[in-house]
Design a protein around this ligand. Structure first.
Ligand code: IMP
Length: 445
């Protein structure tokens, strides 16, 4: 079976834990877009792993991990993470980590350009992670990007750096920063490329062979649906396709070989960076936002920025469910809400006095949304660590059912804490079939 997993909101829904749980059942875990702007925290016993570029499957020794062609890879960040993992006792070898020859490289000038671009936008800035992600994708679309395979050929690497840096330096200098030097960049990147060489693979061919051998493949999205460059809250988005469709393009796996899509939804919403957030808890709900931020540890795992917090937005999540074709949902962080007296769920949008049924395309419309809320009672009981659905307080169960009905997709997994075993898997759900490996569609295909 080939399953795609992605976030349904603005990221940080808790994908890391779910991928980690599923990784046992999968032979291969691959990423297909984004770069080290992602940040997955995985807790195993007393160890905490923070993954940025590497798929969460890397923690499982038996899993092969793939960085797909749709990604942008900063080679320095890649080896920092690899070295960090090795230090934490994870074995990382070319046998279990494959990097696509077609992935694009993030170069030092991309990082500089991310800064200048944000500066130029001023009040309209995106609030990017400043990792050079956007500028690397701009070069890709502009057909001047440097791919992993190019970096392995010194003449090609050198001439591309020289050509691209001329233009990049013009912008960098205009913004009062020091110009970068082609020779220095060439030396740094060619040394890193040599170290990368053993990991470089024709990953689409690798996947095709794995599929012939009936291997199970998990494709792990980074960022999330509402940050997708096409379908998200443009222009306040990342620069890649984080939706399930991106999994096919960004891995080189034919779309009809994908057998299922798993969405991650968190019991409330957060957003980092700028951009519209219809259900955000603003000044009058600041105490609530603080409570959730503290209980849910809602600070960026990459940038440490405090995340903006808001109520569950069923309209936005239904939109995500349709775009991605979710077969089942994992609902995360229910325990964070244990302390709340009541919970609001956004079930509709009003814009300028009119009810809208679709997710607006224009960010100025998104900013004008007045959410229509339904209020549910809080359960005020401890749910941390519950593993059996029958032990969940009735009001918590009612909240889960309400979300599932308003999104229109089954909730097959409920996460009741950060640890692996703090999880409920619902019987007879599509999710359960993925955990047991009994996915009928996959068996038939
Ligand atoms: P970029 O991906 O660095 O270009 O940032 C674009 C937008 O996506 C900013 O609002 C970031 O905060 C957001 N973003 C990027 N990666 C993540 C993530 O992994 N989780 C949540 N937000 C993200």
């Amino acid at each position: 079976m080939i399953i795609v997993i992605n976030g349904s909101q603005w990221g940080d829904e808790g994908k890391g834990k779910v991928v980690d749980l599923l990784a046992d059942r999968f032979d291969i875990v691959g990423r297909f877009q984004g770069g080290h702007n992602a940040g997955h925290s995985v807790y195993v016993g007393d160890k905490a792993f923070v993954l940025r570029l590497l798929p969460s499957g890397i923690i499982h020794e038996g899993t092969v991990c793939v960085l797909g062609n749709g990604m942008v890879i900063d080679p320095k960040a890649f080896f920092e993470e690899v070295d960090q993992m090795i230090e934490q006792g994870i074995s990382i070898t070319p046998e279990r980590l494959k990097v696509s020859s077609r992935a694009h490289l993030i170069m030092p000038y991309h990082r500089a350009l991310d800064h200048t671009s944000e500066e130029r936008l001023g009040n309209e800035k995106i609030g990017t992670t400043l990792r050079g992600i956007g500028p690397a994708y701009e070069d890709k679309a502009g057909r001047r990007g440097i791919r992993v395979a190019d970096a392995l050929v010194p003449e090609v690497l050198k001439s591309r750096i020289e050509r691209n840096l001329e233009e990049a330096n013009r912008i960098i200098v205009t913004y009062g920063q020091q110009p970068l030097y082609a020779d220095q960049i060439f030396e740094e990147i060619s040394a890193l490329a040599e170290r990368l060489r053993p990991f470089v693979t024709e990953t689409s061919a690798f996947y095709a062979e794995a599929k012939r051998q009936k291997k199970n493949i998990l494709l792990e999205g980074a960022q999330a649906t509402l940050l997708d460059v096409d379908h998200g809250t443009y222009p306040f988005v990342t620069s890649s396709n984080a939706t399930a469709g991106g999994a096919s393009v960004g891995s080189g796996i034919p779309p009809h070989h994908i057998t299922g899509v798993l969405g991650i939804v968190r019991t409330y919403a957060t957003r980092v960076g700028e951009g519209p957030f219809p259900t955000e808890m603003l000044e009058e709900e600041e105490d609530m936002a603080n409570l959730i931020r503290t209980r849910g540890n809602e600070f960026g795992s990459v940038t440490k920025r405090p995340r903006r917090c808001g109520w569950f937005d069923a309209v936005a999540t239904r939109y995500s469910a349709e775009l991605n074709g979710y077969d089942s949902l994992a609902l995360t962080k229910i325990d964070v809400l244990d302390a709340l007296d009541e919970l609001k769920v956004c079930v509709g949008y009003m814009i300028r006095g009119e009810r809208v049924d679709t997710f607006p395309a224009v960010s100025s419309d998104l900013r004008q949304i007045e959410p229509i809320y339904e209020t549910l009672e809080g359960w005020k009981e401890d749910t941390l660590g519950i593993t059996d659905i029958d032990e969940l307080p009735a009001k918590a169960r009612a909240y889960v059912d309400f979300l599932s009905e308003s999104i229109g997709v089954e909730i097959g997994l409920i996460s009741t804490g950060p640890e692996r075993d703090q999880t409920i898997i619902l019987k007879d759900s599509v999710m359960e079939s993925w955990f047991t490996g009994n996915d009928q569609a996959a068996i038939d295909s």
